[in-house]
Design a protein around this ligand. Structure first.
Ligand code: APR
Length: 241
């Protein structure tokens, strides 16, 4: 008898690497070029909003010019096969999952395509550059917009919903993440506590997390993720795309 498994997937920068978006901690990673405290903290933004806005303006451009890859498409297919028992949590702020067809995506670190107004505290969709001249579409305040990104020292979004899903997970997979930044790095522990089968899908074997997973699948996500998805679909359901 085929049960319908509760599936929770966590993705990181590695799933977008083959779409041309740089990761954070690779040899040419973002944190080799910028200091976290300058561009990814509230203090850094307070010190130099233009520097921070320009950092995210470039990443917004890069993401807009990138295309979803086979790994993003595979996760959209997985969601289609398990529409009522699937959750995709991403640490990524690009919209490649959505552009691949994923519907229910929780961006726990925020998104490039939104801004937050420091005057009225409302969010707004924002596709262009944010500058000191930008006007809040809600309250019309000027020079009051920040990237809607969760910076170091801030609380990630959707934690209650994520923790609930992990507590009921039958299958958990971490795809393209170094597993170094909490709370996301702790998700595999919560999934294990729930008795979930835990998979790590990463380019390289990750010494930091190797022991925590039941199975480590090494290789580029555009190869490993589609195979992983097809194996799950074959094992648990007859629905095909
Ligand atoms: N296929 C699969 N995995 C890959 C690929 C690929 N083609 N390329 C790189 N990886 C893996 C790397 O081996 C690494 O383990 O992706 C991971 C990327 O790790 P990081 O650069 O640390 O990115 P991430 O884990 O998403 O970082 C988490 O840190 O700085 C914060 O907010 C930022 O959300 C980010 C968080």
């Amino acid at each position: 008898m085929n049960i319908t498994p509760n599936i929770v997937i966590l993705t990181g920068a590695g799933i977008s690497a083959e779409s041309g978006l740089e990761t954070f901690r690779g040899s040419d990673g973002t944190w080799n070029k910028y200091k976290v405290e300058d561009v990814a903290t509230p203090e850094g933004f307070a010190r130099s909003p233009d520097l921070v806005n320009n950092f995210y303006n470039k990443r917004r451009h890069d993401a807009a010019n990138a295309r979803p890859n086979k790994a993003h498409l595979a996760l959209a297919k997985l969601e289609k096969n398990f529409p009522h028992s699937f959750l995709l949590v991403t640490q990524n702020v690009d919209d490649l999952h959505e552009r691949a067809g994923s519907k229910n995506v929780l961006h726990m670190h925020g998104t490039l395509n939104h801004v937050l107004c420091l005057t009225c505290h409302k969010r707004a969709e924002w596709k262009g550059d944010v500058t000191a001249e930008s006007i809040c579409p809600h309250c019309h305040a000027k020079a009051s917009l920040r990237p809607d990104i969760v910076w170091f020292g801030e609380i990630p979004f959707y934690m209650e919903k994520i923790e609930k899903a992990l507590s009921q997970a039958d299958i958990f997979a971490a795809i393209g993440t170094s597993g170094l930044v909490y709370p996301a790095a702790g998700f595999v522990g919560l999934a294990r506590q729930a008795g979930a089968e835990c998979f790590e899908i990463n380019l390289a074997t990750n010494p930091a997390t190797y022991e925590l997973f039941d199975e480590v699948i090494s290789g580029p996500a555009t190869k490993t993720a589609p195979d992983f998805v097809d194996n799950l679909i074959a094992k648990y359901s007859q629905v095909t795309d």
